[in-house]
Design a protein around this ligand. Structure first.
Ligand code: FAD
Ligand code: DHB
Length: 394
């Protein structure tokens, strides 16, 4: 058994784990990041694409803004479409100049891995059989195998940044964890296409046939989503069917429609709301998807993960500087408040913009009334804009 020691053992090299490692390194705190997938897999998986203003500000503040500022697409507004018309919500005008930036999660992850490598800090991919042990005591440990050899890392703290299916949350005694969950009777079929975006801003659309979302990744790549069944088989969706459905659900009476191109990636994303509380057990702290999941409508998942690790790194820095545990003690409560705000927003956006098989005609009319109110009331638009651009980081 090879034995090592670190101040903070980080499980998971998604955005939460990698960002936490970067923030700790800048504070002079030692960490080891352990990931069970390969580096290529982690970089290439296609996921979120919208960064809140606070996430962009943090990336800039911690020296990760160069490529983001060059390649990211800053948006001041967003479109909501229904009944054949698009309505623009001017987020910047309604929030004192705040906006969002389209920059793929895989680009964020690439920048974080490059920073970790440049700092010569420990990051290990492809570990197996990882478990956290001794979490009751003052020196929790992470055990795992790497290249067929067993390892043990003794830590002051462990950060569980290992996503919804990770092992850290389930290591907390069951009776001490309360969970809240809601599954949705639909999913998203997402594609990436080699097609220049036909709109400068995102379009969230409710159509009689269901939800569709127009987004992008770059001036030459469009990202699109369609509401589908949770058990949808990709094989049932040849490219022509996808384009025909997108065209039907997204085209508006002003002549706008998405540009078509070669589809380079397809996938189905399930939709779930989930919260675990507390986000801490003794010296084990949960961050990101390990602690909470939001349905993707509203683009909060990645941003919540970043907010968690920003708070956690500040709390750990205060502890190492002065011995104070005040911020560590507040980590969970503060995080849960932010999480529930994002849960409410994501649930509301999802309910307003999706159709469900159990709907009756009343539900559809109520949804349209919700949308009409949204796009005709400055107060309602301000409310959406505030949540969409995100609250400043704590
Ligand atoms: P993750 O990115 O899940 O990272 C956790 C890491 O831990 C992973 O790399 C995993 O391999 C690793 N890990 C797990 N178990 C172990 C273990 N036992 N040992 C070591 N490592 C482990 N959000 C949006 O806003 N918009 C979207 O369109 C969107 N699409 C999504 C599509 C999919 C398929 C998924 C799953 C999520 C999507 N999200 C989306 C959510 C967003 O991507 C997540 O909120 C974000 O990735 C959270 O980051 P994280 O670091 O907390 O978790
Ligand atoms: C994207 C994903 C989202 O969940 C969303 O609400 C907006 C955009 C995207 O992948 O571009």
């Amino acid at each position: 058994m090879k034995r090592f020691r670190t101040q903070v053992g980080i499980v998971g090299a998604g955005p939460a784990g990698l960002m936490l490692g970067h923030l700790l390194h800048r504070q002079g705190i030692d960490s080891i990041i352990l990931e069970n997938r390969s580096q290529d897999y982690v970089i290439e998986r296609v996921r979120a694409g919208v960064l809140e203003q606070g996430t962009v500000d943090l990336m800039n503040d911690v020296g990760l803004g160069t490529r983001l500022n060059r390649e990211g697409l800053r948006h001041d507004g967003v479109y909501i479409a229904f009944a054949g018309a698009r309505h623009r919500i001017d987020m910047a005008a309604l929030t004192g100049g705040r906006g969002i930036t389209v920059y793929g999660q895989n680009e964020v992850v690439k920048d974080l891995i490059a920073a970790r490598t440049a700092a010569n800090a420990q990051l290990h991919f492809g570990v197996t059989d990882l478990r956290v042990t001794d979490i009751e005591g003052p020196e929790p440990r992470i055990v795992f195998n790497r290249n067929g050899e067993p390892y043990e890392i003794a830590c002051d703290f462990i950060a569980g940044c290992d996503g919804f299916h990770g092992v850290c949350r389930t290591s907390i005694p069951h009776e001490l964890l309360r969970t809240y969950e809601r599954e949705y009777p639909f999913a998203w079929l997402g594609i990436l296409a080699d097609a220049p975006p036909s709109s400068d801003e995102l379009v969230y659309s409710l159509h009689e046939r269901g939800f569709a979302l127009f987004s992008m990744r770059s001036p030459t790549v469009t990202r699109l989503y369609l509401q589908c069944a949770p058990d949808e088989q990709i094989a049932d969706w040849p490219d022509e069917r996808i384009w025909s459905e997108l065209e039907t659900r997204l085209s508006t009476s002003d002549g706008w429609r998405p540009n078509q191109g070669r589809i380079v990636q397809k996938g189905v994303t399930p939709m779930r709301s989930f919260v675990a509380e507390p986000m801490r057990y003794r010296r084990l702290f949960l961050a990101g998807d390990a602690a909470h999941i939001v349905p993707p409508t509203g683009a909060k998942g990645l941003n919540l993960a970043v907010a968690d690790v920003c708070r956690l790194s500040n709390a750990l820095a205060a502890y190492y500087k002065s011995g104070s545990e005040t911020l560590l003690d507040q980590y969970s409560d503060t995080g849960l408040r932010r999480t529930w705000r994002a849960q409410r927003f994501s649930w509301w956006m999802t309910s307003m913009l999706h159709k469900s098989d159990s709907d009756n005609p009343f539900d559809h009319q109520r949804r349209l009334a919700d949308l009409e109110y949204l796009v005709s009331s400055r107060a309602a638009m301000t409310s959406l804009a505030e949540s969409y651009v995100g609250a400043p980081l704590d």
